[in-house]
Each structure stands twice: as structure tokens, then as C-alpha cells.
Design a protein around this ligand. Sequence first.
Ligand SMILES: NC(=O)c1ccc[n+]([C@@H]2O[C@H](COP(=O)([O-])OP(=O)(O)OC[C@H]3O[C@@H](n4cnc5c(N)ncnc54)[C@H](OP(=O)(O)O)[C@@H]3O)[C@@H](O)[C@H]2O)c1
Length: 225
Amino acid sequence: MTDSKKALIVGASRGIGLGVVDVLAKRGWQVTATTRGDAPAKSPASVEWIKLDINQSAAREAAKDALSAQRFDLIFVNAGVFGPDHQDIDRATDDEIVQLLLTNAVSPVRTAAKFLPLLNHRSGVLALMTSELSSLNENEVATYPLYSASKATLNMLARGLLEATEKQELTLLSIHPGWVKTDMGGENATLTVEESATGIVDQFDAYRGKGGHHFVDYAGRKLRW
Ligand SMILES: NC(=O)c1ccc[n+]([C@@H]2O[C@H](COP(=O)([O-])OP(=O)(O)OC[C@H]3O[C@@H](n4cnc5c(N)ncnc54)[C@H](OP(=O)(O)O)[C@@H]3O)[C@@H](O)[C@H]2O)c1
């Protein structure tokens, strides 16, 4: 245990979020993580779990109150959903589209804005989990259009946090995890959770103190918006 920095990981019950919790805990960070259900059985023992559905404003408020005495070096909003498998804008119901945009774009940024005062000035990193599919430059043929549009919306709403993060001299990251073997990424994905999570945590370290808003992947590759 060489490092006692503190992290808050939002949406960490499984997949990449839980992987990032594992990597941080192994590196000696004190980790608080959120889940909608019970704490995951595979959680490192040192992790503190709190309940949060990011779509519930009362739950965001309660989580902020519960954490108000703490200060973090990293807040990472990882929670996300894929939306309807068919990804067809004509077949998707209005409710499916609203839920997708709420969960992937509006609620992550509302959550980040709510918790932002809990970040340590200057050294703090505020990160949101996006996807390279969000980018008109990287995703020229609109692969998975509904999901990708929700992450594009996330990127722009995250940019709206820049004034506030600059006031606190924080670094704002929009991060792409690679294609990862999770419930969302599927078995054919190219990366294990451990590979992606290790790279993501390396980027949190690399960008600490830089300021600004950066769009990077788990391996440190700069992506075009
Ligand atoms: N896997 C990939 O290849 C890939 C690629 C690019 C980007 N991403 C992004 O990476 C993030 C993690 O993806 P993953 O592959 O690890 O997916 P996953 O295994 O499906 O995990 C999604 C996580 O988000 C949580 N979540 C969903 N809705 C939530 C809500 N309303 N409130 C709180 N938590 C919520 C889930 O909690 P529950 O267990 O309660 O459902 C779960 O912990 C997502 O933002 C995803 O879009 C993934």
C-alpha cells in the first residue's frame, strides 16, 4: 500500500466499472463505489459501497450528502447502457430513446456536476465513460446509431462542465475503454476487463494535473471528437 489517494467510481457493480475498482484497490487507493443492487461478491474487501441509481435525482442528492465529508482525487462516472439491440430509430419506442439518453448522457453529467465539489482542487480528475463510437470522425458510418448518439450527447454535455472544472483546476476526461469482454461488449471483444481497466487507470494517472478536457482511450490514444 504505497498510495492513499481516494476514488469514487459510479456504476461499478460489474464489467469495466468493477475492473477499475479492482485495479485502484490493488494500487492502494481508498475506493468508494456505487451500485444499484447489492455490493458485488467479487469486490475487494477494502471498498466502501453506496447505493445509487444515477437516474434518480433524490438518490444523487442522498449519495452526495453521504459523501459530503470526503474529498476525492478521482471521480469516474462509468454507468451506461446499450439501448435496444436492434439500434433502429424507427423501431425504438420514445420511452426507450428517452431512457437511453437519460442514462448515458443526462444522468452521468448531472451526477458528475453534483459530485464535482467533492474533488480535490488541482490534483482532481473528473472522468466520464464515453465510447469512440460517439465521434463523427471515428465512427463515420454511424455504427450502433442510438447508442453512439447517446455518447455523443454525453461528450457535449461533459464539455458543459469545463467552466466548473477549470474553476477548481481539475482535469476533465472523456474516456473510451476499447472493446471489452463484458455483458455489453460481448465475448468477441478484443480486451479483457483487466486489460482495459489497467489502461484506464493509467490514463487517470497520466492526465492528473493537466487541466482541460481530453478524449482518450484506455491506451492513451487521443481520439478526435
Ligand atoms: N464493453 C465495451 O466494449 C464498451 C465500449 C465502449 C464504452 N463502454 C462503456 O463503458 C461503460 C461500462 O460498460 P460495460 O461494458 O462494463 O457494461 P456492463 O457490464 O453492462 O455494466 C454497466 C454498468 O453500468 C451500471 N448502470 C447502468 N445503468 C445504471 C443506472 N441507471 N444507475 C447506476 N448504474 C447503472 C450497471 O449497473 P447494474 O449492474 O445495476 O445494471 C453496470 O454496473 C458504459 O458506459 C459503456 O457504455 C463499454
